[in-house]
Design a protein around this ligand. Structure first.
Ligand SMILES: Cc1cc2nc3c(=O)[nH]c(=O)nc-3n(C[C@H](O)[C@H](O)[C@H](O)COP(=O)(O)OP(=O)(O)OC[C@H]3O[C@@H](n4cnc5c(N)ncnc54)[C@H](O)[C@@H]3O)c2cc1C
Length: 372
């Protein structure tokens, strides 16, 4: 059997590793021209669900790369107001040296690409598929095509595979925009950063719709391109951020960072100092989107995983972990000859539960009401 995977994101790469380990032929097609292309987000929390899925799928050498390039484990999640008065704190036992509790997205994807050079094709943007009597024919934007026995849409929130398979699915914009950025962890920044910000994920809010989040990325083994940093995120509606989407998504990164600086101008001095030490060129905006009802579909040869099936807000910290869960489940289905309909049932049921939790968290965290 030959499996074609659209998208070399977190779920698609993990699936490719799982299938290859079991001896199944795979090809991964990614629209980006290279792994470095485009700012794709910074810190990702890996839960025990994600870790278990990785352990099930990855060959030993790839798992070692993932562990080596992960961050040192944190032991805290905390919330504050804008003046850094603590609102809540949860402390966890420190995880062992081989635990993967958070990763840098780029370093993680590079580790997941280990050993896939011969099956990973960049610059291949999926456009459509056609099911034939004995397989699936896949077309790309560059005019080329490929064939496979099974096609997996692992092409993320804007999935082209889903557009064709479930054209009726609506992805809801929850009205919240984020400006993501990085504060390099220099000695000066380590001195000024509140201790909690260096221990784990921290959220601070002004109670009027403006929020900031900080998460340390302290590598066990940093990538060649950069070192330790603090992920910094500003969240709010367009009105709160004072910029329309047309303005926000056309802005130079330095102007985006100027919005972050302006937004925290009255906040605690430590937060202002961190933002002042940020790397303006690293800033980029994103829209938070979700599905409300996870879709179902009918095909014995085309299936999906991850954000393609169940786009969700980051408010449950679960999108990547659920994509990994899906990949592990699909690896089992494809390597045991199981019916893809059974895989779909499990993925939809599991995904729906997490999408609903993420919707509730997003309403609380971002102070918005999501039309359902
Ligand atoms: C800012 C941010 C922070 C997040 N933090 C967390 C977190 O802490 N924990 C967590 O669990 N989740 C987190 N998430 C969610 C998580 O990133 C996603 O849920 C996860 O990446 C989904 O994995 P995926 O493989 O389904 O899709 P993706 O990782 O998005 O990969 C999709 C891939 O498909 C490619 N692609 C798209 N269209 C095409 C096409 N037409 N043809 C070919 N290739 C295509 C894309 O370029 C991409 O490489 C966060 C998300 C964001 C935006």
């Amino acid at each position: 059997m030959k499996v074609a995977i659209m998208g070399a994101g977190i779920g698609g790469l993990a699936l490719a590793q799982g299938l290859r380990k079991a001896g199944t032929e795979v090809a991964v097609y990614e629209r980006d021209p290279s792994p470095q292309y485009r700012k794709q987000g910074y810190r990702i929390h890996i839960s025990p669900v994600g870790e278990e899925a990785l352990a099930a799928m990855l060959p030993a050498a790839v798992r070692r790369r993932v562990i080596a390039t992960a961050t040192h484990a944190g032991d805290l999640v905390a919330g504050f107001d804008a003046q850094l008065n603590e609102q809540f704190q949860q402390v966890f036992p420190v995880a062992g040296p081989d635990a993967v509790t958070s990763v840098d997205r780029y370093a993680f994807r590079r580790a997941l690409m280990t050993g896939l050079d011969d099956v990973l094709r960049f610059g291949k943007q999926f456009t459509s598929y056609a099911e034939t009597a004995d397989g699936v024919e896949i077309s790309f934007a560059d005019g080329t095509s490929a064939t496979a026995d099974v096609l997996v849409g692992a092409d993320g929130v804007g999935s082209g595979v889903r557009r064709q398979l479930v054209p009726e699915l609506e992805v809801t914009d929850i009205g919240v925009r984020c400006i993501y950025g990085k504060v390099p962890l220099t000695d000066a920044v380590r001195k000024v950063a509140p201790a909690a910000f260096l221990r784990g994920f921290c959220f601070a809010s002004d109670g009027a719709g403006l929020g900031t989040a900080f998460g340390p990325v302290m590598f066990r083994e940093p990538p060649a391109e950069y070192g330790d940093y603090l992920m910094a995120v500003l969240t709010g509606t367009n009105a709160v951020l004072g910029a329309s989407d047309e303005e926000l998504f056309a802005m130079h990164p330095a102007d985006l960072w100027a919005i972050v600086t302006r937004s925290v101008a009255e906040w605690h001095p430590a937060i202002r100092a961190l933002i002042a030490a940020g790397e303006p060129a690293a800033a980029f905006p994103i829209t938070l989107r979700t599905c409300v009802t996870v879709p179902t579909w009918t095909s014995s040869r085309v299936t999906m995983l991850g954000d393609a099936v169940h786009p969700m807000t980051p408010a449950a910290g679960a999108g990547a972990n659920t994509a990994l869960w899906d990949s592990a489940r699909l690896t089992r289905a494809l390597t045991s000859g199981e019916d893809l309909a059974t895989y779909q049932q499990d993925v939809v049921a599991n995904g729906q539960q997490i999408v609903t939790e993420s919707l509730h968290n997003a309403e609380r965290l971002f102070n918005v009401s999501i039309p359902v």
